[in-house]
Write a protein that binds this ligand. Structure first.
Ligand code: ADP
Length: 179
């Protein structure tokens, strides 16, 4: 059970809609190992960012599962896109590592705000509820325990499906309770 910590809980938020509309320092892309574009949120980000993003991604030589790489935002007017590759199917340890790899880049680049889509729960078939719990636990622990986490002011969970809204609202109350 997680303790009440209003200050900590105020640093996470749910937002519903297209991740490319968010004004944050970085949005996270649930990409594939090639980093050359795909469907789902990956397709939406590449469409919004334009062909320069694909050109930059082509210089990165792909990305291993649960690893992350950073690029500019190009036509999306934000600083960065963090490209990561979630696991295929229900693999909690790998999903946690995927989020942690993104957070490492957030720290390294001194970013104050970041938005995550529901990585792996689309084409990669991770069931939504178990994924939601892994994500919230990972973020709660990171905010609480990581030495440099206090520099991050806002972590947004960008939801796209109606079913995820209910799930996140329900589990946010457990992982990030408020007084
Ligand atoms: P994965 O291959 O990691 O499963 P997907 O892109 O297929 O990635 O799905 C991940 C999540 O992103 C799903 O919940 C999907 O509904 C959502 N999604 C799709 N398009 C967008 C978008 N433009 N902004 C935010 N989330 C999106």
């Amino acid at each position: 059970k997680f303790s009440v910590d209003d200050k900590l809980s105020s640093r996470v938020a749910i937002w519903v809609g297209d991740i490319t509309f968010l004004e944050v320092d970085a949005i996270v892309n649930a990409a594939n190992n090639s980093l050359l574009g795909g469907g789902g949120v990956d397709g939406a980000i590449h469409r919004a960012a334009g062909s320069s993003l694909k050109a930059e991604c082509a210089t990165l030589h792909g990305c291993q599962t649960a690893d992350a790489k950073i690029t500019g935002g190009w036509c999306i007017t934000l600083k960065y896109v963090i490209h990561t590759v979630g696991p295929r199917g229900e693999k909690p340890f790998e999903l946690e590592k995927t989020y942690m790899s993104c957070l490492d880049l957030v720290k390294e680049h001194n970013l104050k705000s970041v938005a995550f889509p529901c990585i792996s729960t689309g084409l990669y078939g991770y069931p939504n509820e178990p994924a939601c719990k892994v994500v919230l636990k990972t973020i709660r622990n990171w905010l609480e325990k990581d030495d440099n986490a206090d520099r991050v002011e806002l972590i947004i969970f960008c939801l796209f499906l109606k079913s995820d809204i209910e799930l996140y609202e329900q589990h946010m109350r457990k992982f990030f309770p408020c007084s």
